[in-house]
Write a protein that binds this ligand. Structure first.
Ligand SMILES: C[S@@+](CC[C@H](N)C(=O)[O-])C[C@H]1O[C@@H](n2cnc3c(N)ncnc32)[C@H](O)[C@@H]1O
Length: 184
C-alpha cells in the first residue's frame, strides 16, 4: 500500500507530495496487476508522462489544449515510448481502447477544464463519459484510476452504470480510508 500523510485538513500536502502520492497509486496498481501500458487523459505539462515513461513500456496521453500539446511534444521529442495526441478524450478514448484491447493497461483519467479561459471538450469534466466508454469496452486486463472525483460523482454514476454503484461505494471508502480530499 502506498504510504500517505495524515488527513489533509490536519496536515496540508505540498504539490510534490500530491504528485508523489498520485504516482505512488499508479505504480501500486501497475505492480499489483503486472500492467505494461499507461493511458492518461489530460497531458497538461506532462509530469505524469515523465513518471510513466520510466516505468511503463508505453505511455499514451491525450490533450485538448494545443499549447499544452505542443509544449509536451517538445518536452518528449525523440522519446520512443511516449505517444501524445491532440484531441478531445471523448473522441479519442474509444479508439485507444480498441488499439490496446489486448494489453494490460492502467487508465489514469485526469482530463478536465483547468482554469479560466482554458479550452475543454463537450463537457468541462468528462470523467463520467470516459468511464462510460471504459465500462462499455468490457476490458479484461485493465485498472481505471480517476483523479479529481468529487462528492457528486457517486450520484452521477448511477445514470451511466447502475451496476457500478458498488464500485462507487468502494472508491468512496478507499478515499475516506486514505484521507484524500476532493480535488485530488
Ligand atoms: C489537471 S490537468 C492534467 C494534469 C496531468 N495529468 C499531470 O499529471 O500533470 C487537466 C488537463 O486536461 C486537459 N483537458 C480538458 N478537457 C479535455 C478533454 N476533453 N480532452 C482532453 N484533454 C482535456 C486540460 O487542457 C488540462 O491540460
Amino acid at each position: 500500500m502506498t504510504k500517505h500523510k495524515g488527513f489533509w485538513w490536519e496536515e496540508p500536502w505540498t504539490g510534490e507530495e500530491v504528485m508523489g502520492y498520485k504516482t505512488g497509486v499508479i505504480r501500486e496498481y501497475k505492480d499489483k496487476f503486472g500492467l505494461d501500458i499507461l493511458v492518461e487523459t489530460g497531458t497538461y505539462a506532462g509530469d505524469t508522462v515523465e513518471f510513466g515513461r520510466h516505468r511503463f513500456r508505453d505511455v499514451y496521453s491525450v490533450e485538448i489544449d494545443p499549447r499544452n500539446y505542443e509544449a509536451a511534444k517538445e518536452r518528449f521529442k525523440g522519446v520512443p515510448n511516449v505517444h501524445l495526441y491532440l484531441a478531445d478524450t471523448e473522441d479519442w478514448l474509444p479508439e485507444i481502447v480498441k488499439l490496446l484491447s489486448e494489453e494490460g493497461t492502467v487508465y489514469w483519467l485526469d482530463a478536465h477544464k483547468s482554469g479560466e479561459g482554458t479550452p475543454y471538450g463537450k463537457t468541462p469534466f468528462p470523467v463520467l463519459e470516459e468511464l462510460g466508454i471504459l465500462l462499455k469496452a468490457n476490458l479484461k486486463n485493465a485498472v481505471v484510476l480517476m483523479d479529481d472525483i468529487d462528492s457528486t460523482f457517486f450520484q452521477k454514476i448511477k445514470a451511466i452504470a447502475p451496476e457500478a454503484q458498488e464500485l462507487g461505494g468502494w472508491i468512496a471508502e478507499m478515499r475516506i480510508a486514505r484521507g484524500i480530499q476532493d480535488g485530488y
